[in-house]
Design a binder for this molecule. Sequence first.
Ligand code: EPZ
Length: 430
Amino acid sequence: MEQYAIKGGNPLVGEVEIGGAKNAALAILPAAIMSNDTVFIENMPDVSDTNVLLQAMESVGAVVERVDRHSVKINGAKIADVRLDADYISKIRASYYFLGALLGKYKHAEVALPGGCVIGSRPIDLHLKGFRALGAEVKIEHGMVIAHADKLVGAHIYLDTVSVGATINIMFAAALAEGKTVIENAAKEPHVVDVANFLNSMGANIKGAGTDVVRITGVEKLHGSEYAIIPDQIEAGTFMFAAAITKGDVTVKNVIPKHLESTTAKLIEMGCEVEESDDAVRVVANKRLCPTHVKTLPYPGFPTDMQPQITVALAMAEGTSIVTESIFENRFKYVDELAKMGSLIKVEGNSAIITGVERYTGANVTAPDLRAGAALVMACLAAEGFSTVEDIKYIERGYEDFPAKLQSLGAQIDKVETERDLQKFKLKVG
Ligand code: EPZ
């Protein structure tokens, strides 16, 4: 029973290196197989989701050479199969990127339909709408998405909802289509820009990424590349809020401050001091946090992936705060777990009405999903006394060395596997 054991009460103090962006890596790795040359990718986060994707591409014949934890060489020349149906594939939502990558390169792809998850149903209708607009025939049979095109031809595609996944997946297919494609109402997240930059480094012709109109001119083929993934804005923001909630002083290093603007703005509103330098941001919180209101929005708005983290922090602020989730339909599930620690939050529809409490008390909580799991760890670090966090597999999908990085900032946290380990931790922390 792997879990985190935590003794709360220590302010987090020090510096932490931020890793490569998980949500950029989960798209860039599948894109690497679109060339028949070798692609060298650096600053890849060593988390379970990226490792599963590497395993998946090997299963269809790509050659994957792991150079070290954070860099890998990929060559897609020998791909012999365009069908990805292993069970583990549907557990990794980002496996849908193999649809666009394989359809773009081979004009055929068969990938298990990704399941929904606890934060919402998470359909992929916009991805499929884009593929069809480019001339592909797409059907869903026996849990598989099967896409085929005699040829892909550029099209003008309007996305009804701003979708990171659909924007990226359509970019993949359009990159090797004939003619021009325009994606309107495109997602503008930093990782969308990173993926476009990566494809362009392979010889694609993509303009406008980072705006809501992306223009792609198809090319014959893509060549090899060497590319370093951008830093993870959500991992950085998570540590920034962890500093805020523990009244600490934390500097996140190897970040792009511009990507953190909405997080920084909210932390300042909540009473933190924030200092930016060219590749680091320092957060100092030496008093109880102030309340605020926030609504999650597509980039550059406040990110939905930071919603649990700000909610957990506001639930200890003075006064009343409101957090509105406008991206996913069920992303407050963790509130029931937080209530075990003494929080006072009422979820009404897609808003959480928060009455700040002075303190959390330690409890045994369970992570319902990746970001909520990280937020619950933050709450345990701020709580008085002892806590455990179960289902940490969710957290380890997206946070590399999470306990070790927190320990380096003074947190009393260990990953324990047995009751005996648990007792040993309790004796150690007293
Ligand atoms: C990506 O998911 C991220 N995952 C999510 O991060 C992130 O929360 C989300 O973007 C929003 O920023 C990865 O990049 C692997 P969307 P994605 O398509 O692409 C609806 C994390 O914690 N929609 O931008 O799946 C959808 O239901 C994860 O790292 C459709 O209706 O998100 C949602 O309401 C969680 N039809 C909204 O759009 C579609 O075809 C935004 O989803 C696609 C999406």
